[in-house]
Design a protein around this ligand. Sequence first.
Ligand code: C2E
Ligand code: MG
Ligand code: MG
Length: 660
Amino acid sequence: MASSATQRQPKKRPYIEPTIRLIVGIFITMLAVLIYRYSEHRLVWLGAMLFIGLNLFQSAISKWCLMEKLLKHIGFRGELDEIRELGEEARKTAAEHMNYMDTLNLLNEAVIELSEDGVLLSASEGWGKLLGDSGSQSSSIGQPLSRFLNPDDVHQVVEMLTAISSKDSGVHSIRFRLADSSKGENWVGGKFMSGHPQPGEEKPRIKGVLRDITEAYLQEEQIRHMALHDALTNLPNRLLLEDHMQLALSHAERNGIHAGLLFIDVDNFKQVNDVYGHKAGDHLLLRISNIMKEHVRSSDTLARWGGDEFVILLPDLKKAEELEQVARKLFHELNRQLYVENATGISTVSIGGALYPDDANSIESLLVQADRALYHAKAQGRNNFQIFSTLSEQNAGFNDFDMTKLLSKAVKEKRIQVHYQLIVDAQSQQPTGFEALARWHDTHHGWVSPGIFIPIAENHGFIHQLSQQVLEQALTDFGRLLAIQPDLCLSVNLSNRQLAIEEFPLQLQAMIDAHEIRPESIKLEVTESLMLAGANTAREVLDVLWNAGFKISIDDFGTGYSSLSYLHQFSAHELKIDMSFVKRFKSENGRIMLEAITGLGQALGLGIVAEGVESAECMQVLRQQGVDRLQGYYFSKPLPLDECLLQLQAYTEPSVSNTV
Ligand code: C2E
Ligand code: MG
Ligand code: MG
């Protein structure tokens, strides 16, 4: 199409430039002078030559000349035609330029031209669209571009213009914010490069194409945010925390100050999830994160480490003692608020802290030491805080990984021991039984609390193996205790995992048969979480055990899982009031709670046992409330078998006092 259009254009007539006419005119005139000198018919030649030469000469400057007319006649273009055509061409070019701008105006992109010092020389309509309310296309021409930019981004535009002006021929990509508009953040992005100078201008224009990238930019930001933050709490995740730790440690080193790290772990979180469901677990995590947010400074980083663990990085500690102060304040604040909100008192936290550079000199070691301190806090029975520097050497050397490895080895080598804690009748204070409690002694780390190693065994799949060892040992030992007092009961703690095994009742029956012990002498302690977890197998297993004649005791009763509607469906003989209630026996509220639990148990026909009795005063209160049996340090700590045998003998021998 394009080529046929070109063919159809009329052929342009030739045109002789005025300069050429002048030169040819002069040449012919000079020829005439020579002919005049050397030719015979010189006058004729002279006349003809002069006529042609001078006419040609004149035709270069005048349209009235004969030669001009003659040239036109024989098919050349005249001077006037040429001028007219040039004018026409100029008009056409201008129109084409107008069309070009019209085309640019159709684009959503803004096409702009800048001088080297950043003044807007031209702009398509897209520029006006980008500016929105903060300016119009036409009024911005002649203004510095910086006037339309967010002040924070001006420097990068200036840097780019300087680079292009200093003969950088490349294409520069850039994105920046335009000055505030009603749209909120207004991001534009595009490319700039050096153009050619315009006619009449010395320096080249800088050309640029820009478009609105606000939506894409915000999406990108969102993705970046998601990669560095935890979805539930919106707190920084490990990646971002480690980034902040890097900065904090360098800052502390440069300024000779300390940086602190706190690990915060929610106690019994797994049970919250198991019993109340993941939604409740999420809610608790959110609540904890919100309480902590209120108590950290803006320069601190509060991050979610994963699961139920949070980390606080304190980059600006002038004195080492500040870490402990922050840990103490946070610990009390969390426990106070969670206690107020949750009447069951189930949600507590443990905190471990370490200090840079005193306890560790790198990110990794700071995390490890804070984790060790947390571990120690857990080993102290949870619900407390520990700072690494104050731990004994022995405790500081322990961590989760070591513990799992060592525990698994101890179980394989059958090194788990059993201690027994006396349980007495509340009125007569005579022994009614013993509770078997697992004990693990590690060569390097000493005695480790079952509150720590039982959950590890549960989580790493060797709880059944461990429990079988405890049971086997306890049944063997119980035979010797029964020989002294035949009506004793042996209480053993069962993990929910054991109750998930259908064959468990048969295995247990086989074991007690082997030791010639009756099921009525065995009390199986299970936690309330079992009945609320809705685990059918566990309930069926419990029913089988009940029918076989075993006694069932609900351990740690009241620690947040109690649900009356479940309680009456649950086959049990006894409630063991949790120590946390017993400890509050002195306060009015504490006493009301104890009374309520005791009343409830009695109404359901259950026996009531209180654990954690540490004083005669406590014993008195519990007796008055009608508790049947008591267990606690006031009577005896858990002891190895030999000491229990002596203890029991002391009770049964008439010459020895009945009180401990
Ligand atoms: P639990 O069954 O509630 O055991 C009572 C815990 O309270 C024992 O802690 C005992 O030493 C402690 N205690 C008793 N009287 C007092 C007192 O007056 N004051 C204080 N402060 N504490 C007292 P222990 O031995 O550390 O056991 C902790 C928990 O570990 C047990 O709580 C039980 O849930 C679990 N556990 C222990 N042995 C086994 C086991 O063989 N199998 C399973 N599944 N769990 C076990
Ligand atoms: Mg127990
Ligand atoms: Mg208990």
